[in-house]
Design a protein around this ligand. Structure first.
Ligand code: HPA
Ligand code: ZN
Length: 323
């Protein structure tokens, strides 16, 4: 990777479980005595051709079986931070999926302590400031999400906010109004996936019914010109993940990605890797692909990097250091 892409950036859309590289999956499976359905690197890698979001999610959840101990969660998190550092990431807001671990019988405290122990030394070890966001699975019930949020609050989990992820189609924002009200009352920041595979109406409802502060993805917003005007007027941050959109076939090709149109419309977009172990790369590879495809100039790259820092939940003093 050349240094021209190493502008200081914030990564705001990153699922820590999506950073589990195939090599680490095999290593953790061996460490924990877990028999995998695809026991060799070649077998496992052959599973990474996705037809849509659900196809990816099936593998993503299955691979989590290797995460058993606090050390497993910490090792995964440290491996991400090392790669993010090499990609120019200086601040990372990291989502994890508590319900996905609880559903496999892993105590919340194991996931929370493992991830947060690695984050605690991130600034010193990697020069990356961090924050942790609990993402709730929209294909599960609101009652389940509320119960898990209460458990996180009761245990004093070091989360700064909540998110909403997993299967978007058929699971509209309106299902989670009480969850986001509870998070707001608890003083938590609020983000949600919307307009990845779902329609522009999901983006409207995520803003108006859930009161979120950032939209994760939001690429289908370009289908609705009124929505584009709203997003531009309010400078709502959109955490766009180009390589993810290609690999999950939300767009046919990178050339067909709406990023240039979003920038031209004055939207507040930033670049992120989403699930980098599954989609062909970290922040650096996402920027490199965009430069190769669209010939983004230094001004555009600086705008994208600046947007990521301004749209972060980092303390103002930290933002000032990075801008
Ligand atoms: N979209 C929705 N849910 C997810 C994703 C994604 O890209 N990654 C992990 N959970
Ligand atoms: Zn995502």
């Amino acid at each position: 990777m050349t240094t021209e892409f190493l502008l200081p950036t914030a990564e705001l859309h990153l699922h820590i479980e999506g950073t589990l590289e195939p090599e680490l999956i095999l290593e953790l499976a061996a460490r924990n005595g877990i028999a995998l359905p695809h026991p060799t690197l070649a077998d496992l890698r052959a599973q990474y051709e996705f037809t849509d979001l659900q196809h990816f999610l099936d593998l993503y959840y299955a691979n989590m079986a290797v995460l058993v101990t606090e050390a497993d969660f910490a090792d995964m998190t440290r491996a991400y931070l090392l790669r993010a550092q090499a990609s120019g990431v200086r601040h990372a807001e990291i989502m994890f999926d508590p319900q996905a671990h609880l559903g496999r019988g892993i105590p919340l405290s194991t996931a929370v302590r493992g991830i947060s122990s690695a984050l605690a030394s991130s600034q010193d070890e990697f020069g990356i400031s961090t924050a942790l966001i609990a993402a709730f699975l929209r294909d599960q019930s609101e009652e389940s999400a509320l119960a898990v949020l209460e458990e996180l609050l009761a245990m004093g989990a070091p989360i700064i906010g909540i998110g909403l992820d997993s299967a978007e189609v058929g699971n509209p924002p309106s299902k989670f109004i009480r969850l986001f009200e509870r998070a707001r009352a608890a003083g938590l920041r609020r983000v949600a996936h919307a307009g990845e595979e779902g329609p522009p109406s999901h983006v409207w409802d995520t803003l108006d019914l859930l009161g979120v502060e950032r939209i994760d993805h939001g690429i289908r917003s370009v289908e609705d010109s009124m929505l584009v005007r709203r997003l531009a007027a309010d400078q709502v941050p959109l955490t766009v993940c180009p390589l993810s959109n290609v690999r999950l076939r939300a767009v046919d090709t990178l050339a067909a990605h709406p990023l240039p149109q979003m920038l031209a419309s004055g939207l507040n977009v930033c670049i992120n890797s989403d699930d980098p172990a599954y989609f062909g790369g970290y922040m650096g590879e996402n920027f490199q692909s965009l430069v190769a495809e669209f010939g983004l100039d230094v001004d555009a790259l600086e705008l994208l990097a600046g947007n990521s820092i301004r749209s972060s939940f980092a303390p103002e003093a930290r933002k000032a250091q990075l801008l």
